[in-house]
Design a protein around this ligand. Structure first.
Ligand SMILES: C[S@@+](CC[C@H](N)C(=O)[O-])C[C@H]1O[C@@H](n2cnc3c(N)ncnc32)[C@H](O)[C@@H]1O
Length: 283
């Protein structure tokens, strides 16, 4: 029995994607606060200055592309859009929604980035687009996946003209753990339980009988990092079904540094709960 379910187990099936979307619609600050939505347009000015056209947009873990859509309202449409997610129906929805001259949607595993982001990967990119500079987006994914290995593997696939725009969700206030406690109700609610319980029912090998318990804990790999977790309590060890990492701003900066990336700019929304970083590969 795993001690932790992979994040993809919560999203990959179309029905789980629909249940996640209901949670998102009810509880995501992105949909309920204009200041958070603005975060996804503010970087456009800097991107226009730095990215030569034509370009390719690679939307990693894009779900239905709502955040990328806001960004693209302020940018020229990309020559090529690659919508990548573990949930293919969501990725296809993103591809329909986002403007681009050519579009592809694929089911991928972000834990094996080089399989699809490397120029030599199996995904057949039209020849005319292979050498284009890329704008990679990584919105809402860092809470769910181990940030350092993910950012390092993205960095290894970036060329010097590529840009990466990533978002992070914070624990409000300077104290990560106390801040995470304050936003626990965004997670410990009926819709999130419906979603996670459906994922548990689909998971194989079958999980033992149990119940969900939400709380804030330390990330096992970085004890100073707060994680909101939903644990499946059963007669054996608890199984972490869902986790959302809630870093402080300096922790995000340190991930960027440690991954061989360089910060070009960053934008934080006024309440300090969400931020967006524009980064490039360190030479
Ligand atoms: C919290 S949602 C964020 C979605 C969207 N980018 C947003 O910010 O609203 C996390 C997204 O990452 C995708 N995801 C999670 N684990 C993944 C994996 N291992 N490989 C690919 N996509 C994954 C999910 O399907 C989901 O669309």
């Amino acid at each position: 029995m795993p001690t932790e379910l992979p994040a993809s187990a919560l999203y990959s099936h179309p029905s789980l994607g629909r249940l996640w979307k209901k949670v998102h619609q009810a509880h995501s600050p992105f949909l309920h606060r204009k200041a958070v939505r603005l975060l996804y347009q503010k970087p456009a000015f800097a991107i226009r200055r730095l990215l030569s056209c034509p370009y390719a947009l690679v939307a990693l873990g894009c779900a239905d592309g709502a955040k990328e859509s806001l960004l693209l309202q302020k940018l020229l449409p990309p020559a090529l859009l690659l919508a990548f997610d573990t949930n293919l129906s969501l990725a296809r929805r993103a591809a329909r929604r986002l403007p681009a001259h050519q579009k592809m949607a694929r089911q991928v595993d972000l834990n094996s980035i080089s399989a699809f982001l490397n120029p030599k990967s199996k995904i057949k990119i039209p020849k005319s687009s292979r050498a284009l500079p890329r704008l990679l987006t990584l919105f809402g994914v860092l809470p769910n996946l181990d940030p350092l290995p993910l950012l390092r593997s993205i960095r290894r696939c970036m060329s010097k003209d590529d840009l990466l725009l990533l978002s992070a969700n914070f624990a409000p206030g300077a104290l990560g753990h106390r801040g995470a406690l304050a936003i626990l109700p965004q997670y410990d609610n009926r819709l999130t339980r419906n979603w996670l319980e459906a994922a548990i029912r689909r998971y194989r090998p079958k999980l033992p009988k149990g119940y969900l318990k939400f709380g804030t804990y330390s990330d096992p790999k970085q004890t100073a990092l707060a994680r909101i977790e939903a644990r499946w309590m059963n007669s054996n060890l608890p199984i972490v079904v869902f986790s959302s990492r809630r870093p402080t701003h300096p922790q995000v900066e340190s991930w960027i540094q440690a991954s061989g990336l360089r910060r070009l700019n960053r934008w934080i929304e006024p309440r300090g709960e969400e931020g967006v970083w524009l980064v490039t590969r360190r030479a």
